[in-house]
Design a protein around this ligand. Structure first.
Ligand code: HEM
Length: 193
C-alpha cells in the first residue's frame, strides 16, 4: 500500500495547485487546431527550459533523471537536424537552486510532470498518431517505471527532514518552477492563450 502523503508533499500540492491548473489550461495539447507542427514547436520550447534547468540542478542533484535527451530524440524524430537542435533558444530565467531544499522543489515539478505525461501520451497517440519512436518519448520518459520512480521520489521527499524554513523554500522553488516555465512558454508563443 502507498504511504500516507508526507507534510512536505501536502504543502507542495497545496502550494502549486493553482499554478498547475493554470498551466494545464494554457497548454495547447487539447486545443482544436493543435497539430504536429504546433507539437514540434511546443517540444522545442520544452527543451529550451529542461536542458538548462537540468544542468543547473546537476550541482545539487548529481543523480537526477534527465529528460532533455528524450526531448532531443523526439525533436530529431520530428525532423530537426542536429544544427537546428543546437540553435534552439534556451530559457535564461530559471528558478533559483541554492540548496537541497530548493532542488527538491524543482524536482517535484519535473518528476510530477511524468504523471500528466501518461495522460498526454495516450491523447497524442490518438490525435497525432505518434509514439515513443516518432516524437512522444518525452511524454512517457520512464515508461513502465513511471509509478515506481514517482514513489521513490516521494520517499525521498518524506525522508528529507528539512525543517520548516527549508520546507517553505521547497514549496517556493516549486511554484517558481511552474511560473518560470509558463512565462518561458508564453514568450516562445506556444501556449493556447
Ligand atoms: C495538459 C498538460 C497536463 C495535464 C493534462 C496534466 C495532468 C496531470 C494529472 C492527471 C496528474 C495527476 C496524476 C496522478 O495523480 O496520477 C498530474 C500531476 C502532476 N503534474 Fe501535471 N499535467 C499537465 C502538465 C503538467 C506540467 C507541464 C507540469 C510541470 C512542468 C506538471 C506537473 C505535475 C506535478 C508536479 C504533478 C504531481 C502532483 C502530485 O501528485 O503531487 N503537469 N498532472
Amino acid at each position: 500500500m502507498a504511504n500516507p502523503p508526507s507534510p512536505l508533499l501536502l504543502a507542495l500540492r497545496e502550494g502549486t495547485h493553482a499554478s498547475h491548473k493554470r498551466l494545464e489550461q494554457r497548454l495547447p495539447f487539447f486545443s482544436e487546431h493543435f497539430d504536429l507542427n504546433a507539437y514540434r514547436q511546443l517540444l522545442a520550447a520544452y527543451l529550451g527550459f529542461h536542458a538548462p534547468l537540468e544542468l543547473a540542478l546537476a550541482d545539487h542533484q548529481p543523480t537526477q533523471r534527465h529528460k532533455a535527451p528524450a526531448l532531443r530524440h523526439d525533436l530529431r524524430a520530428l525532423g530537426l537536424s542536429d544544427a537546428e537542435l543546437a540553435a534552439l533558444p534556451l530559457c535564461g530565467t530559471l528558478p533559483a537552486i541554492d540548496d537541497e531544499a530548493s532542488a527538491l522543489g524543482v524536482m517535484y515539478v519535473l518528476e510530477g510532470s511524468t504523471l500528466g505525461g501518461q495522460v498526454l501520451k495516450r491523447a497524442m497517440a490518438e490525435r497525432l498518431g505518434i509514439d515513443s519512436d516518432s516524437g512522444a518519448a518525452f511524454l512517457d520518459v520512464y515508461g513502465p517505471l513511471t509509478g515506481a520512480h514517482w514513489r521513490s521520489f516521494l520517499d525521498r521527499l518524506a525522508q528529507a527532514a528539512l525543517g520548516t524554513a527549508a520546507e517553505a523554500r521547497t514549496v517556493q522553488a516549486a511554484i517558481s518552477t511552474f511560473d518560470c516555465f509558463e512565462q518561458w512558454l508564453a514568450a516562445r508563443r506556444v501556449l493556447a492563450h
